[in-house]
Design a binder for this molecule. Structure first.
Ligand SMILES: [Fe+2]
Length: 248
């Protein structure tokens, strides 16, 4: 039935603009292991949305965060095998290419470094994040330690840390020491606020961004991604800059 609400409802078809990236390398679509997808159906809906906006491969990256998400690598691997089978049976067309983690550099991280079992993106990159609320002392040193041990480190969504600026900042130092940066595509549309959007564009302009990720958590994020795929401005970003997603 047509109601007055239909007048205000968005009715855009998703466009496959993210085919320019090909691979999504950051999302939370293993059901019930973190603050991401709550069930198989939600994961399948999100996989279908990723496909609809142009992705053909996805790496799933559950949180490893002490003490909130104390995930175990073997358990996560097994859950990935299960959702991969479920998705195939449901006719999902995007390739579930692999399982990795989004490791928070927190008080438990030092132990991880001493007996590392990192789940890596494409068997190569360790995705790390900082606290979204407050700076933790020693973060940068731990990243440096990782690099000394031979890890390739990607910092997730550097635009989202409100206590970190861009110019003349720790960000610049991390960039100079060879840390890869991954921004969230939804930041480009202001999903996380104006500050994150502004910083995302500034870092792109500086040539600091090697990877783009969706950081998809659930169907609400998936709808935001579908809406974003209608943005000509975002399409232009994907045309203008080179990203390494296709190497994954
Ligand atoms: Fe994430």
């Amino acid at each position: 039935m047509f109601t007055i609400l239909n007048l205000f409802k968005k009715n855009y078809e998703p466009r496959p603009i993210f085919a320019a990236l090909g691979t999504d390398m950051h999302c939370h679509l293993i059901p019930k292991v973190d603050d991401g997808s709550k069930c198989d159906e939600e994961s399948i809906d999100c996989f279908n949305s990723l496909k609809a906006v142009g992705y053909n491969k996805v790496y799933i990256t559950p949180h490893f965060q002490y003490p909130r998400f104390q995930n175990d690598e073997d358990d996560i691997r097994s859950r990935f095998a299960t959702i991969k089978k479920t998705a195939a049976e449901a006719g999902v067309e995007i390739e579930l290419a692999g399982i990795a983690g989004e490791y928070r550099i927190d008080s438990g991280f030092k132990n991880r470094l001493e007996s590392p079992r990192f789940l890596k993106i494409a068997d190569k990159y360790v995705l790390v994040e900082f606290s979204l609320h407050q700076q933790m002392m020693g973060c940068d040193e731990m990243i440096f330690d990782m690099q000394m041990k031979g890890y390739e480190v990607i910092l997730a969504h550097p635009e989202r840390y409100p206590y970190l600026g861009v110019q003349g900042s720790r960000m610049e130092q991390l960039k100079n020491q060879g840390v890869y940066f991954q921004i969230n595509v939804l930041s480009l549309g202001g999903f996380y606020g104006d500050d994150a959007r502004r910083k995302a564009y500034e870092m792109l302009e500086r040539g600091w961004i090697e990877f783009m990720g969706t950081d998809l958590h659930n169907t609400m994020y998936a709808q935001a991604l579908r809406d974003l795929s209608c943005s000509r401005k975002v399409e232009k970003v994907l045309e203008k800059y080179e990203f390494m997603n296709k190497t994954l």
